[in-house]
Design a protein around this ligand. Structure first.
Ligand SMILES: Cc1ncc(COP(=O)(O)O)c(C=O)c1O
Length: 292
């Protein structure tokens, strides 16, 4: 059975302050965001009724808008409250949630200072971004053709829709070649991240991860660094060059959607799903599900 498309589902979406039936949460075709990518979004998860790190997600959404030059017309508290309304209205306790803010259709052309800023929040059940089998055996990544842009080329600190154009192309190319995802280098040629998740490596019990100076410093990334440090594991944030990949024994991705997912392969390099990675996966699960 094929999954229902995302526009054709039951339930409710919070849209500019009101809960509207899911199928009625629509925008006009001349929406600025659709033509010029003036849109920012969040991805967050609720675990058993509690939205993990909700304050940080709502703050990042507002900040992402500011970086693009617009003010989301809701406070962190109002966005948080709306998120919980969405869960309740849809009878969801564990869910993936997608707040999105964008410029409307008041003005057409590159300039859009007079456009109204909209905010919508949707939620749906989405247990695992990658298949459970891939999660168990480790994902296979190819190397993306595109590179993450420099901070002087694009607003890289914003979770802006426009930055995902090269991610979608890279993910499609990975899929077409039988890979689960793609590793993206940055404009300098250093290791950056996957198409929708941050990356970590393990060598001799030490964790290495690229400095997030031109890509998202993920909320999961920061959480995992904290969890590792709590266990007394050394975490080194630094520039990582592709030549070093051969020397790493384990690798994993982190992200709200991906959670902690081990890697078995990146291009010509192989990794084991080792005990340190498994420990971090478990620690993250225990934290988000509030176990133990
Ligand atoms: C490109 C990209 N990098 C990293 C992340 C991880 O960010 P977070 O852990 O805040 O979800 C995401 C997911 O939102 C992403 O889309």
């Amino acid at each position: 059975m094929t999954e229902r498309p995302f526009h054709d589902r039951d339930g409710f979406i919070w849209f500019d302050g009101q809960l509207v039936p899911h199928r009625d949460a629509n925008v006009h075709i001349l929406t600025h965001a659709l033509h010029y990518a003036s849109s920012v979004f969040e991805g967050q998860r609720a675990y058993d009724g509690e939205i993990f790190k909700l304050d940080e997600h709502s703050q990042r959404l507002i900040e992402s808008g500011r970086i693009l030059g617009f003010e989301v017309p809701w406070t962190v508290e109002q966005i948080n409250e709306a998120c919980y309304q969405v869960l309740k209205a849809n009878n969801l306790t564990s869910a993936y949630m997608r707040p999105v803010a964008w410029r409307g259709s008041e003005q057409m052309g590159v300039a859009a200072q007079k456009s109204k800023i909209h905010l919508a929040i949707a939620a749906w059940e989405w247990p695992s971004y990658f298949s459970p089998e891939a999660k168990l055996k480790g994902l296979r990544l190819c190397i993306a053709r595109y590179r993450r842009p420099a901070p002087y080329t694009a607003p890289t600190k914003s979770k802006a829709a426009g930055l995902y154009m090269i991610c979608t192309i890279s993910k499609h190319e990975a899929d077409a070649q039988g890979y689960n995802d793609a590793l993206m280098f940055d404009w300098r040629g250093q290791v950056a991240e996957a198409t929708g998740a941050n990356i970590f490596f393990v060598k001799d019990g030490v964790i290495h991860t690229p400095t997030p100076d031109c890509f998202l410093d993920g909320i999961t990334r920061r959480t995992v660094i904290g969890l590792a440090k709590q266990r007394g594991i050394e975490v080194i944030e630094r520039p990582i060059w592709p030549e070093e990949l051969e020397g790493f024994q384990q690798a994993f991705l982190t992200g709200t959607a991906a959670e902690v997912t081990p890697l078995s392969e990146i291009g010509p390099w192989n990794f084991e799903v080792g005990s340190l990675t498994q420990q971090i996966m478990k620690d993250y699960e225990d934290l988000v599900w509030r176990r133990g």
